[in-house]
Design a protein around this ligand. Structure first.
Ligand code: GLP
Length: 259
């Protein structure tokens, strides 16, 4: 795991955006795995700016991690809508190449299988963006999700429903289920880039990086990934025991060059 600790959320987001931009510049046909949540909004803002400065997404394909079961693409709280409003409406990605699970499909289980197969057909994901839930979830893989799981329907925990409550008008509108890529689906991406900012994520971040590999913290599965980069601001890095070492290895988020 490459652990990059930057001082502020702003610098952390800029560092993450740089990795996405490099991926797309190196491979204009890149398959991007995309994430939602508050953490990603400034990242998508940054990508919009890079696009206005010439970065093209025209050849890219994208697959989002998850979608709420029961919400149609045009529902104001759906992740389809989130992605349109945060990114897709402002860049040149071909809308037919921008995939999310269909939350309003009549058979959510079949939709999950179809989605997993579609990722394989596209040749797999080159760069998977990830956030982390305060309970250590990635995508909507809640604690005790199988580390071998594939795209499927997951029941959301009360803590996740509460964390996402702000996006809905009423408590009873927050969906109880989601279709999410599985932990094993995520681990198959050629590289993973997880971003966490703010003190609220510090404990989950420490469990992911320094805790035992455990289904209790699904994000800890990234310890198995050969090319996982974790970008943190100082607040999110606060509980890491080896913080000084990570700063030493990657001063200001840069790679230390062998003398
Ligand atoms: C949601 C999403 C995750 C996201 C997490 C954290 O539950 N399904 O993909 O990483 O929340 O969101 P935030 O960035 O808002 O803290």
């Amino acid at each position: 795991m490459k652990v990059l600790i930057l001082d502020t959320p702003k610098v952390a987001i800029a560092r993450a955006a740089q990795t996405v931009a490099e991926t797309v510049r190196t491979n204009p046909q890149a398959v991007l795995g995309l994430a939602t949540g508050g953490t990603m909004l400034p990242l998508y803002d940054h990508l919009r700016t890079l696009h206005s400065e010439g970065l093209s997404f025209a050849g890219t394909t994208s697959f989002n991690l998850d979608e709420y079961v029961g919400l149609s693409p045009d529902h104001p709280c759906s992740y389809h809508r989130y992605m349109a409003e945060a990114l897709f409406d402002y860049i040149d990605i071909d809308p037919s190449h921008a995939h999310l699970p269909k939350g309003d499909s009549t058979n959510a289980h079949a939709e999950a299988n179809r989605y997993e197969a579609r990722i394989v057909e596209a040749g797999g994901i080159d760069l998977q963006l990830l956030g982390i839930g305060i309970n250590g979830h990635i995508g909507f893989n809640e604690p005790t999700s199988s580390l071998g799981s594939r795209t499927r329907v997951k029941t959301l925990t009360e803590s996740t429903r509460q964390a996402n409550r702000v996006y809905f008008e009423r408590d009873d509108q927050v969906p109880g289920f989601a279709i999410t890529m599985g932990v094993a689906t995520i681990l198959e991406a050629k590289s993973c880039l997880l971003i966490a900012t703010g003190a609220g994520k510090a404990e989950a971040v420490a469990a992911m990086i320094e805790g035992p590999l455990s289904a209790l913290c699904p994000a800890s599965a990234l310890q198995l990934h050969p090319a996982a980069t974790i970008v943190l601001d100082a607040a999110a890095a606060h509980c890491l025991r080896l913080r000084d070492y990570y700063h030493h290895v990657h001063p200001e988020g840069k790679d230390r060059v062998l003398a």
